[in-house]
Write a new protein. Structure first.
Length: 223
């Protein structure tokens, strides 16, 4: 499936609410051709000069999608989330049009399950993911947090006191805490890859990888 479209293929984005607009805008900044679709004339007018193309259409109608050439796209994003019924209808239309890669926003687990069952390749839960990320950041010990599959995470943080002034081998980081420092940023310098000889200070920021539980345990050390 992945070899059926180019990495820079044009993208169809349906729905210009906050999530859809952010997606379309970022794709445009990345140099991708975007066809943005919404049933609101005001939103289409607002985004008409910010993306490659913006059109007003009712995407719950498969004929309306055919008229704007949706079937010619290999990647589509259904960013409609306020109405589960509309979201499911649009996603089903995209599946029926044979679009190889379909991404869709879901607002609940049951909504996501329905989208998956009708053939959506990738279901995203932006509100839930944002809430989970925020929960890890409110303590102030983690500066950024990204969770991947199987409970694996990547975080940006200030180095805890027990590893400062030691190289990463001497600190026994992996043996004691089961996490890995993959990058370090010193003041006035860009992030660099960490090695076993890297020494971190209280002025540095570090990128750490590991399971969520191990990272939280590491982040609970004295600062």
């Amino acid at each position: 499936m992945a070899d059926r479209f180019k990495h820079d293929a044009p993208v169809l984005v349906i729905g210009l609410g906050r999530f859809g607009a952010a997606t379309a805008g970022q794709l445009d900044r990345l140099g991708r051709d975007v066809l943005a679709v919404d049933d609101s004339a005001a939103l289409v007018q607002k985004w008409s000069e910010r993306v490659t193309h913006a059109v007003q259409a009712d995407a719950t109608s498969i004929e309306a999608l055919r008229q704007i050439g949706a079937q010619d796209f290999s990647i589509a994003v259904c960013a409609v989330g306020s109405s589960v019924e509309a979201s499911v209808l649009i996603a089903a239309n995209l599946v029926d049009l044979g679009i190889p890669q379909i991404w869709a926003k879901a607002i609940s687990k049951s909504h996501g399950t329905i989208l998956e069952r009708i053939g959506v390749n990738h279901v995203v839960f932006p509100e839930a993911q944002a809430g989970e990320r925020l929960a890890h950041l409110v303590s102030g010990r983690l500066l950024d947090f990204i969770e991947f599959d199987d409970d694996f995470a990547l975080v940006k943080m200030i180095p805890p006191k027990p590893i400062r002034g030691l190289n990463l081998t001497e600190s026994g980081l992996r043996r004691k805490y089961n996490v890995t420092v993959v990058g370090v940023k010193s003041p006035g310098r860009p992030f660099t890859y960490a090695t076993e000889k890297t020494v971190v200070t209280d002025q540095d920021l570090i990128i750490v990888s590991g399971t969520e539980s191990d990272i939280e345990r590491f982040a609970s050390l004295e600062f």
